[in-house]
Design a protein around this ligand. Structure first.
Ligand code: SF4
Length: 283
């Protein structure tokens, strides 16, 4: 892996040409109030936090903009377990548009009011909902997940928060059986193009239980992904299996200045060998 720092125009050119995706992901923390069966990071209430600081997250946002990236994403664990997260997200959105992933189950009382402050033209909350059938949804995601999500989404939208829904499926993405879920999502006030349907990726806890599709580096979009443990190739990179962080997609332990991991990602992308079975094998 190179130690060369990429000039900002090189990264900006790569983003402009599509060689690098525009979005930079941040894993704010690894702990979660849920413990979903297909969780990529084996997150649960017992997980170690492994948290980025507010200062690091804001610095990533500012430097990402200066380097030529065009968007940000925050995921966890569950980001809303961090008390200062909403204010930090607002500060980051001063640099670039932001999507903030959440399981949507913590939005009561004060936490709802703080989430409602994220009514901002450059912020979207992305909430998971996997089935129109409460029992099916809750089987993977935990008791009362369905009820909490369908209650929170219209309330957030009524307060001006843009909400996207992400559905994770083990079958075909165009399965007609998903139609009732699409109708439910629309009835909650979510725009059709804000309903994302995606496959389970066989990493993390999903790998342990044999769920989802196998993916190598070529299958994983090369989005720069920043965690407390380092920078990774793709948002599916920093997964956890049997309690250990996967390092097969680790680019560098250095996260700031962001030009360092950006250069590592660019070098890794350009070094990708030809062939459909190519693996990066980066550590
Ligand atoms: S999939 Fe998301 S909501 Fe479920 S345990 Fe993992 S981090 Fe938490």
């Amino acid at each position: 892996m190179t130690d060369t720092i990429a000039p900002s125009d090189t990264v900006a050119d790569a983003v402009r040409s599509g060689e690098l995706p525009g979005r930079v992901w941040l894993y704010s923390n690894y702990n979660c109030n849920l413990a979903c069966s297909y969780c990529l990071t084996e997150s649960s209430p017992r997980s170690e936090r492994r948290q980025l600081s507010a200062e690091q997250m804001i610095a990533v946002a500012e430097q990402a903009k200066n380097l030529g990236f065009t968007a940000l994403g925050i995921t966890g664990g569950e980001p809303f377990l961090i008390p200062w997260l909403p204010e930090t997200a607002l500060a980051m959105a001063e640099s670039l548009p932001l999507v903030l992933l959440t399981n949507g189950t913590l939005f009561t009382g004060d936490r709802f009011e703080r989430a409602a402050r994220l009514a901002h033209p450059d912020i979207a909350l992305q909430i998971s909902l996997d089935s129109h059938l409460p029992d099916v949804n809750d089987m993977a995601r935990g008791p009362d997940n369905f009820a909490k999500v369908v209650q929170a989404v219209p309330l957030l939208i009524a307060r001006g928060v843009r909400v996207r829904i992400a559905t994770t499926v083990s079958g075909a993405l165009d399965d007609p059986l998903l139609d009732p879920l699409k109708q439910l999502v629309a009835s909650l006030g979510v725009r059709e193009d804000d309903h994302l349907i995606r496959p389970i990726v066989r990493r993390g806890r999903a790998d342990e239980v044999g769920l989802g599709i196998r993916a190598v580096a070529r299958d994983i979009p090369n989005e720069l992904t920043i965690t407390a443990d380092g920078a990774f190739w793709g948002s599916f990179g920093p997964t956890v299996r049997s309690g250990r962080l996967d390092t097969d997609l680790l680019l560098t332990r250095t996260i700031l200045p962001l030009a360092v991991p950006a250069a590592a990602l660019l070098a890794a992308s350009r070094g990708m060998p030809a062939g459909t079975d190519a693996r990066l094998g980066i550590r």
